[in-house]
Structures are given as C-alpha cells and as structure tokens.
Write a protein that binds this ligand. Sequence first.
Ligand code: NAD
Length: 509
Amino acid sequence: MKNLLNPFNLSAPFNNSSSGLSGWISKSDKVITINSPVDNLPIGEVELTNEEGYKTLVSKAQEAFPIWKAMPAPKRGEIVRQFGDALRIEKENLGKLVSYEMGKSLQEGYGEVQEMIDICDFAVGLSRQLYGLQMHSERPNHRMFEQWHPLGIVGIISAFNFPVAVWAWNSALSWVCGNVCLWKPSEKTPFSALACQEIFKKVLKKNNLPEGISNVIIGDSDIGKLMASDPNIALVSATGSTRMGKSVAETVGKRLGKSILELGGNNAIIVTEKADLDTAIAPIVFGAVGTAGQRCTTTRRLIVHKSLYKGLLNKLVNAYKQLRIGDPLNENNHVGPLIDSQAVDAYLKTINEAQKQGGNLAYGNEVLKGSEYKSNCYVKPTIIEANIDMPIVKHETFAPILYVFSYETLEEAITIQNNVPQGLSSAIFSMNMQQAEMFLSHAGSDCGIANVNIGTSGAEIGGAFGGEKETGGGRESGSDSWKAYMRRQTCTVNYGNEGSLAQGIKFNL
Ligand code: NAD
C-alpha cells in the first residue's frame, strides 16, 4: 500500500531533505509514525515542525504575499484553474491515498478530490466576481462604494476526517481573494496534505511563482495554538472539535483577530407520518454509517413519528444487518474503520454510558475481529433507542452510533432536534408541504443546514457550509462565504468643488 504515495514523489520515511518540500519545514526531534487505520501498516514517519520552523514558514508566506496580491484576481483564478486541472489528473492517486490514510471508502476518497476540483472551478468564476456594492451618497457630487482587499496570511487548521477537501475550500477561495495560506492539517493525516502541496507546488513552479503562496506545516495542537496566537495570521480558519474551536476562539479573540470556526455537529433527521419511507431509508443509513460515522454532518439522531417508529426501526436494523464492513479500498464494502484505537474506545464507552442512562441497544456494539479485519479499528454501526432525558445524546461521539427517538407532534420533534448545543445539519422527511415549510421557517430547525427529503450528510460546494451554536457560526465554500477571506473598505469620493459633511453638519471656518 505504501506505493500509493509514489505518484507524488514523496519518499518514506519523510524528512525535509529527502522530500524536497520547500513549503514544509521540519526541524524537530519529534517524529511520529503514521499507521493506516485500514491495515495498521506504517505509511511513513513524519517530523513535527517546531517553533523555529513555524517562523521560517511564516516569513516565506510574508515574502510571497506582496507578489501574489499584486496579481489581478482573474490571473490568480487562472492559477487555481491550473490546480483544478492538476487535481483532475491526480484524482485517482490522491483519492486512494486519502482513503488509505483516513480509512474512508474509495468512493468517498474520490469524492473528496472531486470536491476540491469543484471548489477550484467555483473559485475561478469567483475571481471575476469579487463584487462590492455602490451606494448613493447623501452629499451632492459624491460617490460612495465598497471594495474588498486581501487579508494576508490565512491559517488553515483542519481535521482528520476530511484530510484534503476542507483545505481546498479554504485555500481556493483564499487564493483568488489574494491571500497566501499556511495549512496545518491533522497530525493524523499528514501525507494527504503533503501530496496536495506537491501537486500545487508544481503549478506554482510552472508559473514562476513563489511556493510561499501555499505552505504546509506538520504539527500537533501546539502548532495550532501558535497559529491562533500569532498576529501575523490575519484569519484563522479552524475545522475540528468544539473543544479545539473554543480554545482557538479565545486565543484569536484576545488579539482581536479574525476566525472562521467549523466545529462539531449533532445532526438529526425528523421522519414524519407523511414521509415516503422508500426515499428515507438509504439517506438515513448512509448518513449514520458513511465514513464510519466520522463526518461532521453524520446523522446522529433520528426522530420518528410514533406511528412509524416500530416499522422504521425494524427496517433500519435489517438494513444494518446487510452492511458490509471491511477494507474501504474494496469497493464492495460499505463501512471502513474508525481512525484509531482512541476512537474505538470512545465508541465503546459511549454505548455503555447510553445504556446506563436508559438507552436500549437495538443493534451493534461490537469491535470486529478476524482475519478480514486488518486493524482493530473496525466496529459495527450501532442503533440505540433513546429518550431526550439522556444527557449523552447531546454529545457528539465521532463513531457510527445512531440514537432513535419517538415523537407525537411536529413541534415536539423540532424541540428534540434543536435541544442540543450543536447546530450544523438537519433534515426532515415529509411529503407534506406544511410540515416541510414549518421545519424551514424561523420556528423550525436552528441549524446552518436544513434539508427536505435528503439526509444530513454531505453538502454541495455551491452553498455556504457551516453551523450555529457550538458548531462555531463560520461559513465556508459557496455563496458569499468568500467575504470572510477579505477586508471590506468603504470609500467616498468627492468629485465636486465644495466640501460637505455627512448628516448636514455645518463647520465654517
Ligand atoms: P480535533 O479538534 O481533535 O483536531 C482538529 C485540528 O485542530 C487538528 O489539526 C488538531 O491538531 C488541531 N487542534 C487541536 N487542538 C487545538 C488547539 N487547542 N488549538 C489549535 N489547534 C488545535 O478534531 P478531529 O478529531 O481531527 O476531527 C473531528 C472533529 O472535527 C469533530 O468534532 C467533527 O465534527 C469536526 N469537524 C467539523 C467540520 C465542520 O465543517 N463543521 C468538518 C470536519 C470535522
């Protein structure tokens, strides 16, 4: 499997001199070995960057910024277009590496790279549409308008579960907006990041541009903390747990810096008595077990009208029995492994605790053993019948555990759905227009994403992605999310021969 890395000319064990990744400085005695959750084999060793290496990268980014921001936005878009084309060529190689390093299915590994290609296309178009408004001035012979300027260095901190796509969402927009990027991927998935840097590095080289436009730093939370506290990082875009987000928000807040926070979810699907169950089953199951329950948008709670409850639960248990769990690179399998043994411990602990709190185990609760499971990270997706008084249902456990609730009125279902600290993704299955519109209204879902007759999991790049409450409030990807990556400037020009003050103030000398 190690030869999955070869297409990117990365050598293992990886170090600065052998890889030649000049955007990646490793000066540290701290070396970690990355093992694949698929088969527990080592992918390679990677050095964690220390403070000195961090500072070197920041100065490389600072040197590149004036060159990059001086390029007209559509020309920057052209570089991003070339990156998208390079990703098209590398889609299979990179998708396999993502799948092997993270443990998601091959289809999802390819899907992640496709998402990178899509956001590049979006960013190319955007590079000609960084529009500011023009306003009518209240003063005669004055023109008032706003314009958008680059920020500087955008620091990107990303989570293990989307090793490459989240970076692409942030970096493609950052680049067309005129920023340079410093990316700290999860220390659990560094090689997918290094491969991305290698692909983009070639594009930069071909266009005679400095590599400091894109920098990758391999490090753990200490480097993330350094980024959060560093006033040289104009914007910190952090994706990960709510615990991490609170720490980043506090540190960035202290220096009045800017941040985008994309944090944990606790996503629910409501199935009303007017639902078409044939449409609902596949999205529920995919939402709950896809990526082994390790998506921020994973369906964690299912809120079912009491008239359908027993029937739907039986259908779900039957569907779960059909799931093929195993090597995610084998396309016949539906569910791959969890990322590591800590994640397996969290899965077991949560199920145990849920049962103690009164939950009824309907299916699952098993770590899979046997020759077909080449690591100890394969678990059975689990279904627990739950009630709203169980404190554990308010927590996100990053594993395939689905809590099922019964309800009587739609108002009650919406209360259950909203009564958690997180607010990322939500969905309703109903063929009734009033129910669907109620769910989408101000009295309905309080989440950043609200879907009708599709599940909670996965999103198209065209929309703004993010969530409310402890999910952090940030928005990335489509719509007008680009505005967070630029600074707004309001300009007023007096083209007349007389000065005049706003609000009609007279000031005669
Ligand atoms: P994590 O919080 O453990 O780590 C995420 C990243 O933050 C890593 O790069 C890590 O090194 C860094 N980090 C950790 N503590 C830090 C600190 N105090 N300061 C700065 N950086 C720090 O998360 P994870 O286990 O990698 O990913 C799973 C979590 O990410 C889940 O909660 C999931 O819901 C969330 N997530 C959210 C989204 C979203 O868009 N809302 C997307 C993907 C994942």
